[in-house]
Design a protein around this ligand. Structure first.
Ligand SMILES: [Zn+2]
Length: 155
């Protein structure tokens, strides 16, 4: 495919972030939960240290997420800026939807990590998938974004 292949860095979450994500997914259920991830590039990958939950103000929060604009703008001014975004799929597996893919281009280049969680309320256990946001020029030279499934490790 591309140069990104074979070059995928792991995403590391600390235990408190993992707990915060799980808690927020349950609090928001049956709506989608959303928020941003704070962290940094770490040796050989990305390290996520903190989760900042946000209100989901989507008109249809059962099937979509739109972070509260005020909380979103405030987060963008943090130093250092958020490195990732999280949302949940309350009813489906944590894989990117076509709407998720379309929304990638609106994220600034500082966003490198994309996490999707499923609370797993019915029969399955909670699940979390981690992706790196790949940006490459398309045939017309415009940046095109895609998600690269990455290894998620907990520490
Ligand atoms: Zn989604």
């Amino acid at each position: 495919m591309t140069a990104f292949q074979g070059n995928l860095q792991p995403i590391t979450l600390n235990a408190s972030v993992q707990q915060a994500l799980g808690k927020h997914m349950l609090t928001c259920y049956p709506h989608e939960a959303c928020g941003v991830l704070l962290g940094a590039a770490a040796a050989g990958g990305m390290r996520i240290d903190r989760y900042l939950p946000m209100r989901n103000v989507a008109p249809d929060p059962l099937h979509a997420f739109v972070p509260d604009p005020q909380e979103w703008v405030a987060a963008l001014y943090l130093k250092p800026a958020p490195v990732g975004i999280f949302h949940s799929h309350p009813h489906t597996a944590p894989w990117p939807s076509s709407a998720d893919i379309r929304g990638l281009s609106s994220l600034g280049a500082e966003f490198q990590v994309y996490l999707i969680g499923s609370p797993g309320l019915s029969s399955s256990a909670p699940r979390l998938n981690g992706f790196l946001i790949g940006r490459q020029p398309d045939a017309t030279g415009k940046p095109s974004c895609r998600l690269l499934h990455s290894a998620l490790t907990l520490c």
